[in-house]
Design a protein around this ligand. Structure first.
Ligand code: TMP
Length: 210
């Protein structure tokens, strides 16, 4: 699905847990709507009915989930999401604003679970018939600062959030490596900056795509 072949615009937010993706997605949706464009606000995992079931397993299953099973579950969620929600919205000309996509699989299942990053990426590309966003915003934050934000939230940690500091350090490095490899798709922002500044930077980059 080449960017030029679809009337819509697809933007994904990536980053570690606690980086502020949801806040930025919400601010961006308000701004895009104010430009007069229809939006689809969605997320992975859990953007579809099937995805909600998958999300429950990958985030809250109490027993063991083998790393390859976890990778396949995220890929299954992604396949359903792109086929039934994202592609149709892009075909209608909507602006799709999404929390997390395949870069999360490369970072968490690849670097975090120590699976082959290339194989994980290829799995997602197979699942989605090669769908890639027009813009990916990476909200980069030191995992220790992110942990403080999550602690302040007072919500129980899910299976991934509960991983140790090394895991989250590998995830962060992987995201930065992915962004460096595809500078034309990625916008990397320091997530410690004020939310309004970050929102302005995202809007400036997206304006050229609308
Ligand atoms: P979130 O919706 O709160 O960001 O939680 C989703 C969690 O799932 C988060 O810890 C990152 C993780 N995740 C993966 O490990 N692989 C993936 O492909 C995706 C989309 C998320």
């Amino acid at each position: 699905m080449a960017a030029a072949a679809r009337p819509g615009v697809w933007i994904t937010f990536e980053g570690g847990d606690g980086a502020g993706k949801t806040t930025q997605a919400t601010l961006l949706e308000e701004w895009v709507r104010a430009q007069g464009r229809e939006t689809l606000r969605t997320r992975e995992p859990g953007g579809t009915e099937v995805g909600v079931l998958v999300r429950d397993i990958v985030l809250y299953h109490r027993g063991e989930v083998a790393p390859r099973a976890e990778a396949l579950l995220y890929a299954a969620d992604r396949a359903q999401h792109v086929a039934t929600l994202v592609r149709p919205a892009l075909a209608r000309g909507e602006v799709v604003i999404q929390d997390r996509y395949l870069d999360s699989s490369v970072a968490y299942q690849g670097a975090g679970r120590v699976l082959d990053a290339g194989e994980i990426r290829d799995l997602s590309l197979w699942a989605t018939e090669g769908a890639l966003p027009d813009l990916t915003v990476l909200l980069d934050l030191d995992p220790a600062a992110a942990r403080e934000r999550l602690d302040a939230d007072d919500k129980p940690f899910d299976r991934l959030e509960a991983e140790e500091a090394d895991f989250h350090a590998r995830v962060r490095e992987s995201f930065l490596g992915l962004a460096a490899a595809e500078p034309e798709r990625f916008l990397v922002l320091d997530a410690a900056r004020p939310a309004a500044d970050l929102a302005a930077a995202v809007q400036a980059r997206l304006a050229a795509l609308l």
